[in-house]
Design a protein around this ligand. Structure first.
Ligand code: NI
Ligand code: MN
Length: 222
């Protein structure tokens, strides 16, 4: 089954197989490049990489409006559960079987907090939907176990932060992509604000397709 990827801008995506829609890091309000509003997102599941506001974003309103389940690190799940969201907690190394496939949490070298509250380990997430495997690296620096994550999950698509300052910049992200070796690499987490690199021209991994997506754009794979 093919998977349809919709880029929400920054690090947000919706992955759909026609039956299930999974939103990852749905940050729309206060996202200067977003083309969609939270009430335009229709999904049954939400997956979060970490607690920072540019990732947790509109999770609460979207989860409640859609009665969606949120998959996230234990501390985030505990916090969102307290706000009345349906949650499934996890942590790096673990995999959760779901009605659309599965969600696995990987490590990420970053931090994770929300409004001053500790939000557990920052993660990358590997999501299997429509039989296709998508690795969203989260916010992270480069680490050599990306090679292992590529080997273990053999992702069809990798969503890789390239914006620099808070994550890898284009050069290190290029190295990351060549370690993960997906079939398609999608750069993300850049150009949202002036602090981040303005374009993806420095992201040049070899041996895979590079797909640069515009906010609001959808693309089908598989
Ligand atoms: Ni972050
Ligand atoms: Mn971020």
């Amino acid at each position: 089954m093919p998977v349809t990827l919709t880029f929400l801008g920054h690090a947000g995506f919706v992955l759909g197989d026609g039956k299930h829609a999974v939103a990852v890091d749905p940050f729309l309000t206060d996202n200067p490049v977003a083309t969609l509003k939270p009430d335009e997102i229709s999904c049954q599941s939400i997956v979060l990489t970490h607690g920072h506001a540019d990732h947790l974003g509109d999770t609460v309103s979207i989860a409640k409006a859609n009665d969606a389940t949120v998959y996230a690190a234990f501390e985030i799940a505990e916090y969102l559960g307290g706000l009345g969201c349906k949650t499934e907690p996890g942590n790096p190394g673990g995999r959760i079987t779901t009605d659309f496939g599965w969600v696995a949490f990987t490590q990420a070298f970053h931090s994770s907090s929300y409004e001053g509250r500790y939000m557990g380990m920052p993660c990358g997430v590997v999501v299997s939907v429509g039989g296709q495997t998508v690795y969203h690296c989260g916010d992270t620096g480069l680490f050599s176990d990306m090679k292992l994550i590529g080997e273990l999950y053999q992702p069809d698509i990798a969503l890789i932060p390239i914006g620099d300052r808070f994550t890898m910049g284009p050069e290190l992200a290029t190295k990351a992509a060549e370690w993960i070796m997906p079939k398609v690499a999608v750069p993300m987490h850049y150009s949202t604000w002036p602090l981040l690199v303005p374009d993806a021209s420095g992201f040049t991994p070899e041996g895979m397709e590079i797909k640069v997506m515009e906010p609001g754009e959808s693309w089908q794979y598989g």
